[in-house]
Design a protein around this ligand. Structure first.
Ligand code: ZN
Ligand code: ZN
Length: 267
């Protein structure tokens, strides 16, 4: 089933992942990946959030850590340096400062917040009871579109994240997803098939098969990510991810270098 590229993984700097970068790299080599990209949580822009993201002054350490494994394992695997950056309305200039501070290969833009609520954080799961599920989804898709329109991101992360704990909308969101897919296509962002959803209460990858098909039909390109927070999750369930991609009609995925498409790889 391999080789493929895993573009979404973390490091202990974010405060909720385990294992050294070297262990992630070794696992990637073990499972036969062609290339990986570290995309740890970028420093939070509205307030420091230890346990969720690294601090701003930890960025140089992050770069040094990844550059080190990149050099040492250069003959065995290609390693890209990236970030997963939260999209927060009103904090765009600070976000831009962070993502421009280093020659990153790509930035994954992720909507984890609706207003001040980190809706996918297990610690705030109770808040779901206070929100209308349909309303959460509608706000989420509006934020996804806004995030793509910033031009900050090459990849939009786990693009149906509100389903994580199992909350499903009762309204048909097809038009909403189609509108989002059009914005993604027009702004040139890719999406990822993120296998971490299989390890969450929802038990399915992000995005769901019907959503993925809409993105493919709109011409939105693809990447793959395990969203590994532990070394053993690198490349996890990529056989299923590739099957999902193919069943949605995808025939290739993207590889990035310094925020440009470096190549397209057939699946
Ligand atoms: Zn995380
Ligand atoms: Zn995320």
């Amino acid at each position: 089933m391999f080789p493929y590229c895993d573009y979404h993984m973390h490091t202990p700097l974010c405060g909720h992942a385990t294992g050294s970068p070297e262990e992630y790299v070794k696992q990637a080599i073990k499972v036969g990946l062609k290339e990986i990209g570290f995309s740890d949580h970028a420093p939070m822009v509205h307030m420091p959030m230890p346990g969720i993201t690294m601090a701003f002054d930890e960025l140089p350490k992050y770069h040094t850590m990844i550059e080190d494994v990149r050099k040492r394992y250069a003959s065995q695997i290609s390693i890209k340096i990236a970030l997963e950056s939260d999209f927060l309305v009103g904090f765009e200039s600070k976000t831009k400062t962070i993502i421009d501070s280093y020659p990153y290969d790509y930035i994954i833009g992720s909507v984890h917040f609706i207003d001040d609520w980190a809706f996918d954080d297990p610690a705030t799961r109770e808040y779901w009871k206070k929100h209308d599920v349909n309303d959460v989804y509608l706000k989420y898709y509006a934020l996804l579109r806004k995030s793509a329109q910033t031009g900050f991101f090459q990849i939009i992360g786990h693009c149906d994240l509100p389903k994580k704990f199992g909350a499903r909308p009762s309204i048909d969101l097809t038009d909403e997803i189609k509108a989002t897919a059009k914005v993604f296509k027009d702004t040139g962002v890719a999406i990822e098939i993120n296998t971490a959803g299989l390890r969450k209460p929802i038990g399915e990858m992000y995005p769901a098969p019907n959503c993925l098909k809409i993105y493919r039909e709109a011409g939105v390109p693809l990447t793959f990510g395990s969203d590994a927070h532990h070394p053993e999750d690198v490349g996890k369930d990529f056989d299923k991810a590739v099957d999902l991609a193919k069943s949605a009609g995808y025939s290739e995925y993207l590889v990035f270098k310094q925020k440009k498409i470096e190549k397209r790889i057939k699946i």
